[in-house]
Write a protein that binds this ligand. Sequence first.
Ligand code: FO1
Length: 333
Amino acid sequence: MQITVLAGGVGGARFVRGLVHALAADPALGPDPSITVIGNTGDDITLVGLRVCPDLDTLLYTLGDGVDEDQGWGRAQESTRVSGELATLGVGPEWFTLGDLDLGTHLARSRWLAQGMTLSQVTARLADRWGLPARGVRLLPATDTPIETHVVVDDEDGGERAIHFQEWWVKHRAALPVRRFTVAGLAGATAAPHVLDAVRGADLVLLPPSNPVVSIGIILGVPGVREALRGTRAPVVGVSPLLGGRPVRGHADACLAPLGVEVSAAGVAGLYADFLDGWLVDDADAAARYPTGVQVRALDLLMRDQPGAARLARAALDLGRELRGTPAPVRRA
Ligand code: FO1
């Protein structure tokens, strides 16, 4: 069973880990399941001369059991001696902390890129280091073309200026009103190798509760991806990132409002309506109106812990089976 997931950020990584656990615990869900994760790269930023890929690294560390569980990003047992020295030297933004172990990832990635490797090749090496293939997981960047999400905000004298997404997200905690998002490099980007095939040839496509604008939205903006989703024979099942009009985590609300999209599970489903087949929402949002043709299932949407993430992943797998016309496996009590 080929499952393809479009993911970014902490919620997406936790959902994918739940999916890995659900499939391992329940072989009836699909023979030799293989998961291809298409990771968002719009968050990427160059800092102190190093290429940092926050969403890819969050997926690597989470799926490789090396993530700082409380933060949801960065390495467990991390130290910040180097960033402390950089701060003393007045180098690099103080609002974005690069841990010592995390710097190892960025140094290796930057070195390999400088030697001419593509981001896909670099990501495959990092995935090997984190044992992803042994878990049946292939991690692909959405594109090997460098892209960056920038946020256009008001400047002091009534004009506007663009800041990097990470500055808006981390330094300003998404509190600066957004005029619009722009993604440098996206229009001319090429989907990374195997990305379009992973969508077209999937038995099931899943959209975890990642940010619909700056994570999933960026992946959808890579030329060819949206068309592949519209054309795939696989059911496309998504999980709402909003519960009762609020994001479970992060700032999806601050991203949707500037787009004029209703900040609700229904509003996000509307963003995906041209390819979405199934939509998991919280019980609190069960009564809302959803796009016609989308099968909606309500449940407790919160992933409180890893078993909770596996439960949510199982619900998505079950809805996918239902949509494909095969009954959900009879689960042991
Ligand atoms: N998030 C923060 O709130 N503060 C940080 O200093 C920070 C550093 C950081 C370093 C590496 C990395 O991969 C992620 C980091 N993040 C930090 C999280 C990051 O901003 C978000 O996880 C994603 O970009 C949003 O999906």
